[in-house]
Design a protein around this ligand. Structure first.
Ligand SMILES: NC(=O)c1ccc[n+]([C@@H]2O[C@H](COP(=O)([O-])OP(=O)(O)OC[C@H]3O[C@@H](n4cnc5c(N)ncnc54)[C@H](O)[C@@H]3O)[C@@H](O)[C@H]2O)c1
Length: 374
């Protein structure tokens, strides 16, 4: 493609955070926005100076000027909208999760292969500075042999939009699953670690009125999963309702030389545990560096590393560990054919299905569930 990639963003709550990033990216044109409410659509369009506006997603897909859609709609819409976009010949970036059934994941993988278009699930954690720090240590051999991986994602979703109440915790598990699998992957070399089976237990019980929508009673779901061609096992824990816990996305790597532990409470620096030191000296808190240097200069401020007045107007894009500009950049580079999307469709399906299969296991009192490979 000899011109900038024309992007349309669908869903303008969380989705709006990506608008200024695409506007600043030298190889993107922030072309169109879409949401159902015309008033709020216009408010957003006026704020960011975007002329092309659609209140109907189907109409947007008919626009031949749209190269790629970036979907940020409610969870049940992710897969139907991604499928429709691929069928319309558009590249697709979609917020997490890929879908809410194994069938949806399979259909997206099949369509991506058939159309040759890019599909990328916009998983924030694997571009957060904490994850990138751990990954860098692992790739440089500092951690040694990985012995065990653990992720958790705890959030109180009371009061969130109507598709959340009662959602099975593991249906939204990619934030804790993805770092475990991504750490062991090397997408540039075509090596991607995929989970192949999962065992999950449900624990506790949410309020009765929350249960019927998804028929999911558990307050907490906790799972272990195996990884194809690896002796490493990972453990993930999720909660969404009726659990007292400050928001936590955490990721721990237990390894032979140095282990990494991310986040007990908001604002605490991660900890490195160094093997071979006297016991009190084993743990050490570390300041995680920023990885903005990996990005084109104009979008570097969006990692949030630069907190000066000049850049304050950009900082709404700096959430989730500075991941947003990395996600937008990786997607654009994949559309331009310069590097693989990470996660691509197969990987996104696997990360999503660990959670879907985990919930299936929890509903079968912990029976092992094989994770399909496509
Ligand atoms: N860290 C992360 O990866 C992260 C963080 C926040 C949100 N999310 C995901 O982003 C998505 C959106 O989150 P949110 O908090 O903005 O949700 P929201 O429900 O507040 O907003 C959804 C947006 O989608 C629009 N929309 C709904 N149906 C549509 C349709 N058919 N066509 C066009 N637009 C439509 C709505 O108008 C609204 O602008 C969710 O799926 C959520 O899981 C991911």
């Amino acid at each position: 493609m000899s011109r900038p990639v024309r992007i349309a963003i669908v869903g303008l709550g969380f989705g709006a955070e990506f608008i200024p990033i695409y506007q600043a990216h030298p190889e993107a044109e922030m072309y169109a926005i879409c949401r159902r409410s015309q008033t709020e659509l216009d408010q957003c369009g006026d704020k960011f100076g975007i002329k092309k506006r659609y209140s109907d997603y189907t109409e947007l897909l008919r626009d031949p000027n749209v190269d790629a859609v970036h979907i940020n709609s409610p969870i049940p819409d992710h897969a139907p909208q991604a499928i429709a976009a691929l069928e319309a010949g558009k590249h697709v970036a979609c917020t997490v999760p890929m879908g809410v059934s194994k069938d949806e994941c399979r259909r997206i993988v099949e369509l991506q292969r058939k159309t040759g278009k890019v599909y990328m699930m916009m998983e924030t954690v694997v571009y957060s500075r904490e994850y990138l720090f751990a990954k860098d240590l692992y790739d440089r051999g500092v951690l040694g042999r990985v012995q065990f991986l653990r992720g958790s994602h705890q959030q109180d979703m009371d009061g969130w939009p109507n598709y959340w109440p009662g959602l099975p915790p593991m249906w939204y598990a990619t934030h804790c699953v993805s770092p475990c699998l991504a750490l062991l992957s090397d997408p540039a070399a075509g090596k991607v670690a995929l989970a192949d089976s999962v065992v999950c237990h449900g624990s506790g019980r949410i309020r009765e009125e929350l249960i019927p929508k998804y028929n999911s009673p558990f307050a907490v779901e906790t799972a272990t999963f195996t990884i194809k061609d690896s002796d490493v096992v990972a453990e993930v824990t999720r909660s969404l309702f009726d659990t007292a816990r400050q928001y936590r996305e955490s990721f721990d790597v237990t390894a032979s030389n140095v282990s990494f532990e991310w986040q007990q409470c908001e604002g605490e620096d991660p900890v490195l545990h160094m093997r071979g030191l006297p016991e009190p000296q084993i743990p050490r808190r570390v300041k995680v560096p920023d990885f903005a240097g990996r990005l084109p200069e104009p979008i570097r401020p969006f990692t949030g590393a630069i907190h000066d007045a000049t850049h304050l107007s950009f900082l709404q894009g700096a959430g989730h560990g500075g991941s947003h500009p990395h996600l937008a950049h990786n997607f654009l580079m994949a559309v331009l054919g310069r590097q693989p999307a990470f996660p691509d469709a197969v990987t996104s399906a696997n990360w999503t299905m660990v959670g879907l299969c985990a919930h299936e296991s929890a509903m079968s009192r912990g029976a092992r569930v094989a994770i399909p490979t496509y």
